[in-house]
Design a protein around this ligand. Structure first.
Ligand SMILES: [Zn+2]
Ligand SMILES: [Zn+2]
Length: 132
């Protein structure tokens, strides 16, 4: 597990902050990653960053839908979690994306994000090394 996520401040990005303050039907996006369908809330820029980082952890397509996917959210726990007040937040760059998923699926997404972030750092590091 990643520590400190829920205490993370989202001072950096006002667009994320306002999206998180009033998450409604219009601001919820759906991150599709392998078998995961996770409702997420943040600004466009940081949602896209989250998607591209998670894409490092799969060979399949990683999609961000602005509308409820056909068939809806398969997990009943994730569907219900949109009613919860406190949502875990993933720090993405200088912004933050709230995850409206059940505990199991938000943990899985955190792990994917963490893995994707490290993969990307490795890629960046090897690119730097080859430039020297
Ligand atoms: Zn943002
Ligand atoms: Zn779930």
């Amino acid at each position: 597990m990643i520590e400190g996520i829920e205490q993370h401040s989202i001072e950096g990005c006002s667009a994320c902050r306002s999206a998180l303050r009033s998450p409604g039907r219009d601001s919820v996006a759906f991150l599709l990653l392998d078998t995961l369908t996770v409702p997420v809330v943040g600004c466009q820029e940081h949602l896209e960053q989250l998607r591209s980082i998670c894409a490092h952890t799969t060979r399949g397509p990683t999609e961000l839908l602005e509308h409820r996917p056909a068939g809806g959210v398969p997990c009943p726990g994730c569907r219900l979690s949109s009613n919860r007040v406190e949502q875990p937040v993933i720090p993405v760059g200088d912004g933050a994306v709230a995850v409206f998923a059940c505990h199991a699926h938000s943990s899985e997404l955190f792990e994917r994000f963490d893995t994707g972030l490290r993969t990307r750092q490795r890629i960046t590091a090897s690119l730097d090394a080859s430039n020297e």
